[in-house]
Design a protein around this ligand. Sequence first.
Ligand SMILES: [Zn+2]
Ligand SMILES: [Zn+2]
Length: 229
Amino acid sequence: MNTTFFVLFIGIFVFATVMGGTLGWAARSPKYGILRIHKGRNPIADKLKAPTIFMNYSLPWIMYGGFFYFLGHHTIYAGMPSFTTFLGETLGSLILYDFLYYFMHRAMHTKAGMKLIHGVHHKVRYVTAESGSYLHPAETFAGTALFLGSVVIIGPVSAASFLVANFLFTTINIWVHSNFVLDRPWARLFNFWTRTHDVHHYYCRNNYSSIFPFWDQMFGTHEDGVKVK
Ligand SMILES: [Zn+2]
Ligand SMILES: [Zn+2]
């Protein structure tokens, strides 16, 4: 891990912040808001207070800092691997994370899980991009720990693999909450993410994984969302 690594790592957070802010603004604008799947008001996200946003941004920073300090040298190596190794490390980390997240998310949909932790996130029925930050601190902690734990298990991984996996983990989580569908062939994957997570928030059921479709399909919890017109 060198200066370039940390500059790129901070760059991911800056990009994610701008992306979340732009998508949140677009959801409220008359011009782009019509592209939302469910156009209802989102009083919880509207009331999202600065301390909640600050906590949900600062907690992962503290955790990443601790991870780099204590485990970075064992988990992340410098230098570029072969393309297949890069692909294996990146996809492996994300697939393992999504697998573990599936079960954690399902466990949080029990009566106790909803009451103690996950009910906070499900106060949002009409999701917008910033809804991804409306979480109980324990869920923010658990989600970040699950991602970093997956990298440790798959690792050691290259710095490039870690950065790309972190970029996808962060931005996909924002996008799935954006609620936008685009009537374009190239947008099918993006529409899949928003439609499945829209169902999850709107009905509070099914579609527990956040990146890959196969965990829900494998365990019989996939539910199709509203189709693009
Ligand atoms: Zn949920
Ligand atoms: Zn959500």
